[in-house]
Design a protein around this ligand. Sequence first.
Ligand code: GLN
Length: 425
Amino acid sequence: MSMQSPITEYLADIIAATNHVDSGAVADYIPELGAADPNLVAVAMSTVNGTVYASGDAEHRFTIQSMSKPFAYALAIETHGLETVLDRIGVEPSGEAFNELSLDPETGKPRNPMINAGAITTHSLIGDDEDACVDRMLALFSRLAERPIEIDEVVAASELETGDRNLGLAYLLHASNALRQDPRTVVTGYIRQCAASVNVRDLALMAATLANGGVQPNTGERVFSRMGTRHLLSVMTSCGMYDAAGDWLTTVGIPAKSGVAGGIIGVLPGQVGVAVFSPRLDAHGNSARGVEMMKLLSDDLGLHLMEASRPARSSLRETRTTSVDGRPATVYVLQGDLVLSSIESLVRELIDNPPPTELVVFDMSRVDEVLPVARRTSAETAAKLIDEGHQIALIDPENTIPGFRDSHGRAVERWTSEHMDATDR
Ligand code: GLN
């Protein structure tokens, strides 16, 4: 089969389907961010086995901004233990904008680690001085993304010049003894943490590590503990999208975090990490087109946490070679729900080990449900197989994939299981 995976093509479709979304405006309170090309767009995903798929401006680098906050928080928990961190930073959604000048009036603590007050406090917990904090964060990002991550010094310098609000927050925190270093030092370090330069591929891998319970899928390194990861994902779910958290949880329904450069990461525990990028922001400071892309991904991929859980075992139960009417055939026996992670492993198998026979049969008798992403991906896969000279037949007695055609609209033959039984075994 040709090199382009149907999953990559699916991601290209997500970009095309949101082409009309041009609402919002590029952040300009950090002057350098205002210089971003508003038409850049990218999407990437990584399954928990570490394969990254990406489309659009996937190599374009932008600053991580607030998407750094969850990783800093998780690192603080690994360093000091959950209790110490909870003593200093709450876990309640604030319902406020990310840079609100507020602490919880009852506890005097930042309400959560995803708003700036909490993130500045978190940053100060990472190390003893500015360099130590920033170096540890960069080392962490690099382990997660499997490449050396560096700071975009131009963006960092630009934000430092206009960082009065964050400085104000830091002085407020300092007044209640919440910081381990002086306010200027912490804010400088925090702003540098936010200026780490990444692309959607990096972010997808970082998110996939969280989806994988804290273990980087490719290196196998345990970066965060299982409990720390669970705690972090809970906080991302309730607080990650600021004052849009309720709308986000109901429509997209996965733990997520956005950044003002236009990125959003999302995590479906046990399955997949996703990342989108588009610089124009809505009124909440979340990427407007990014939110639309995430909604489509969530619907198509069945990502919403409150959907009945679908076990992510492989959809390929077995592969058999047999003969039908005297012709050699390869039979793929599929099973369970065809969700993103299960269809992904099947598609990869078909690319890595193309079927050796002209005749290819997909036995869907044991398949329960086919999600939209699996249907689209299967249609692309069928088209590739047909283009390469294969003849395809489906055995689908329960009609789990009604009216199935390949992505060029060509009908695919349907056989009954008797058809097979009569001819082989
Ligand atoms: N560095 C930015 C700030 O503190 C991050 C904000 C964000 O991405 N929401 O203002």
